[in-house]
Design a protein around this ligand. Structure first.
Ligand code: ATP
Length: 328
């Protein structure tokens, strides 16, 4: 059991590798003939805010529903802390808290009363735990007000509070920022980071790329039910291994680069700069090669792209090979 969210949790620096909380293995779902999730294999570790990113119809909600035991996989498995959800749901699922779509709230009751109703359904939750949860989700001072006076962001945070009452290890959130304004998104971001820092795994689906970039430390990108890429946000944005090079006689320099096996994918931008890989990813070697070939680079910088560009590139390619995956 993890500690409550707060300042007294253990630190990642004490562990070589944080514990795997969630493991999806070959997870597959057909709805009739329609393949919604296609052999998804993925791990989530304690302390991560893992973004689960994909366009509409990519299979995000279906995956989360399988994680929660609400949809039965056609093949493959979901493990939570080593326990299979299909075989051992009674032991596995108490470690999970979830918010799928809008939270179901009693609008005419206060936030605190909503927590109490759910707490009672869980078999009783101490008033102290409710105070903690109210503090965590930033509703202190408003907890006795009726929910129908809350902003959308406050309602979403109360929904997360309900999911946190039993202090789960894994928090699964389906599009929690849908409909929120920038202030609401910023509050959600700091809440999710705080939860991960308190040793939980936060698994958050989204198609809102800019938000994921700021909210998550890891991202799994899916399209048409398939995992396309899993990486840290930092690695996704940098580390593409491409460099932008400003050089005179750019078309000739491009031809010289493309003549090498490492440079076959080099391109030229509209502004005349080259975008190119480097031999073994080494910009120094690229520089030397160009100088040796008679082209002296005027500037060379690693290519950085925002997540949106990367995502559109990846999901576009996957859709081209796997059909659209959109809702019909
Ligand atoms: P969105 O962001 O639009 O919610 P998503 O990534 O969550 O999309 P899913 O809702 O999991 O995607 O849908 C994946 C695919 O499965 C879609 O093609 C969808 O039409 C289909 N699908 C989802 N639920 C069902 C269902 N109950 N019966 C039949 N098909 C379904």
């Amino acid at each position: 059991m993890t500690g409550n969210v707060g300042p007294t949790t253990s630190s990642d620096s004490q562990r070589a590798s944080p514990e795997v909380i969630l493991r999806l293995q070959g997870l597959t779902k057909y709805y009739g003939e329609r393949l919604a999730v296609d052999g998804l294999t993925l791990e989530g570790r304690r302390g991560d805010v893992l973004g689960f990113l994909g366009p509409n119809g990519a299979g995000k909600t279906t995956t989360i529903r399988m994680m929660l035991g609400l949809v039965r996989p056609t093949a493959g498995e979901v493990e939570i802390l080593g326990m299979r959800v299909d075989r051992d749901g009674r032991r596995a699922l108490p470690h999970v808290g979830a918010l799928v779509e809008q939270p179901a709230l009693y609008r005419w009751l206060s936030g605190r009363a909503n927590l109490r109703v759910v707490g009672d359904a869980l078999g009783g939750v101490a008033e102290r735990r409710m105070d903690e949860v109210i503090e965590i989700v930033g509703l202190r001072g408003r907890d006795k007000d009726r929910v129908d006076t809350y902003s959308l962001g406050m309602k979403q945070r109360l929904g997360i509070g309900l999911a946190l009452l039993h202090d789960p290890d894994l928090l699964a959130l389906d599009e929690p920022t849908n409909g929120l304004d920038p202030a609401g998104i910023a509050e959600m971001r700091s809440l999710l980071r705080h939860l991960a820092a308190a040793d939980k795994l936060v698994f958050v689906s989204s198609h809102a790329l800019g938000e994921v970039q700021q909210m998550c430390n890891r991202v799994a990108v899916i399209a048409a039910g398939r995992l396309i890429r899993e990486a840290s946000v930092e690695d996704l944005i940098r580390g593409q291994g491409l460099f932008v090079v400003a050089v005179d006689r750019a078309p000739e320099a491009l031809a010289a680069i493309r003549a090498r096996p490492w440079g076959e994918t080099a391109t030229i931008e509209a502004d005349g700069r080259l975008v190119t890989p480097a031999p073994n990813g080494d910009s120094g070697a690229l520089n030397l090669y160009l100088i040796g070939a008679g082209f002296t680079p005027k500037a060379m910088t690693p290519l950085t792209r925002d997540l949106e560009g990367i995502f559109l590139g990846m999901t576009g390619a996957a859709r081209a090979t796997a059909g659209t995956g959109d809702y019909i």
